[in-house]
Design a binder for this molecule. Structure first.
Ligand SMILES: Cc1cc2nc3c(=O)[nH]c(=O)nc-3n(C[C@H](O)[C@H](O)[C@H](O)COP(=O)(O)OP(=O)(O)OC[C@H]3O[C@@H](n4cnc5c(N)ncnc54)[C@H](O)[C@@H]3O)c2cc1C
Length: 371
């Protein structure tokens, strides 16, 4: 029986651990903090393939969306996933791009349509039509969002039922390599934990986890900043993207907000209430769209960095020159994780190379430069 260590218990690590355990591997998941304690716990977590190109990356994200939907049959209920679609309107300057995008998505068979003001009022009656003005409104009915920590816990629990072990509060400091072959990992306490294969799912920390013991996938992380309202009197049911902020439900009447330009204004190194000013500004923006929730102040904000390989695309697979090591680092991991978990487990257990990942191999970062 293959003895496999998965390092990192975010959405990606727990997904692959579950599928590996299901395929008959002896799996140990090693996590520095707690399940979902990394980026997965600070994610807008919109499941989609709305802005993903080229086609192979779009298709991979669609596979992720389909895999989330398919879990319903497998688990009976998937309380961590919420459908309902996504509503989007844009500032005047961005409407031509939006039209082109909707056309492209329709050509690719993606659920994307235009809705009118009456349909918007039926879907989200608390949105003030004055905030939309004369903007065309796009609707993506199959988009949704995830509660990533609940999902990761469910995948980890399912893996444990199949015999997988979980070690939390155990930090990996490097691989143990002998003669070009990985033999296990070393923990912060110096303990060596043996394995035939190690899967590195530590996201933005992927390179810190292995240090010099394996080739590093170059990363270009960006700051992500999320703001949360207290429970508010609004019946928002879906992801809403507007020119001034994006928002979605986050349980018990709370709304989660994100706005791209605010990310750049927040310094993640400042841990004492980062982005207080920006949080107030985002909630202020939200009250212009949902006037019925005012007066309201931010209840919380969270800041982290996204695990993004240098060229923006997923890096999934072995790295050249090192046997027994498989890396999985990606942005959009919330959308992709159930598909990536199943595909990676299939590759690892059957020793095959799945074509869905052909464009997303870590190897692309290690090719020798052309003379
Ligand atoms: C603000 C924001 C918005 C986002 N929005 C979306 C979105 O709308 N849709 C989407 O699909 N994606 C989105 N993402 C991206 C998505 O959240 C990530 O791609 C995903 O969470 C990555 O999951 P992961 O399991 O790879 O990493 P993580 O969740 O970070 O898991 C890695 C785990 O490894 C552990 N770890 C680290 N170092 C070690 C070590 N040395 N030893 C042991 N364990 C270790 C960590 O504690 C952590 O639990 C967003 C991200 C951010 C920040």
């Amino acid at each position: 029986m293959a003895n496999i260590i998965v390092v990192g218990a975010g959405v990606v690590g727990t997904s692959v651990a579950y599928r590996l355990a299901q395929a008959g591997a002896k799996v140990t998941v090693i996590e520095a903090t707690r399940v979902g304690g990394g980026t997965s716990g600070i994610s807008f977590a919109w499941t989609n393939s709305c802005n993903k190109a080229p086609r192979s990356y779009h298709d991979l994200n669609v596979a992720g969306m389909q895999a989330h939907a398919a879990l319903k049959e497998e688990f009976g209920a998937t309380p961590w996933w919420h459908g309902g679609g996504r509503i989007e309107w844009k500032a005047e300057a961005d409407r031509e791009d939006q039209r082109a995008k909707v056309g492209r998505l329709q050509d690719w068979g993606y659920a994307a349509e235009w809705i009118d003001r009456k349909q918007l009022a039926e879907l989200e009656p608390d949105i003030d039509p004055r905030a939309v003005g004369d903007a065309p409104i796009a609707f993506y009915p199959k988009d949704g969002w995830l509660d990533p920590v609940v999902y990761a816990h469910a995948m980890m629990s399912a893996a444990r039922k199949l015999g997988a072990a979980l070690r939390i509060q155990t930090k990996v400091t490097g691989l143990v390599v002998e003669g070009g072959k990985v033999k296990g990992v070393r923990s912060e306490s110096g303990e060596v934990i043996g394995a035939d294969l190690v899967v590195n799912c530590t996201g933005r920390w992927s390179n810190d986890t292995i240090g010099e013991t394996a080739p590093n996938v170059p990363l270009a992380p960006t700051v992500g900043f999320l703001v949360f309202t207290p429970p508010v009197p609004a019946s928002i049911q879906r992801v809403v993207a507007t020119p001034t902020c994006d928002f979605r439900p986050d349980g018990a009447g709370r709304l989660m907000l994100h706005w791209g330009p605010a990310d750049a204004l927040v310094n993640p190194e400042i841990t004492d209430r980062p982005g207080t000013e920006q949080a107030a500004d985002l909630v202020d923006r939200l009250t212009k769209i949902l006037p019925g929730i005012a007066p309201v102040k931010p209840e919380a904000s969270r800041v982290t960095k996204r695990p993004i390989p240098k060229d923006g695309f997923s890096a999934i697979g072995p790295v050249p020159g090192l046997d027994g090591y498989y890396v999985m680092v990606t942005h959009s991991g919330v959308t992709l994780s159930p598909a990536l978990g199943a595909i990676a487990a299939d590759e690892i257990m059957r020793g095959v190379a799945r074509k869905e990942l052909a464009d997303f191999r870590p190897e692309r970062f290690f090719r020798p430069a052309r003379p």
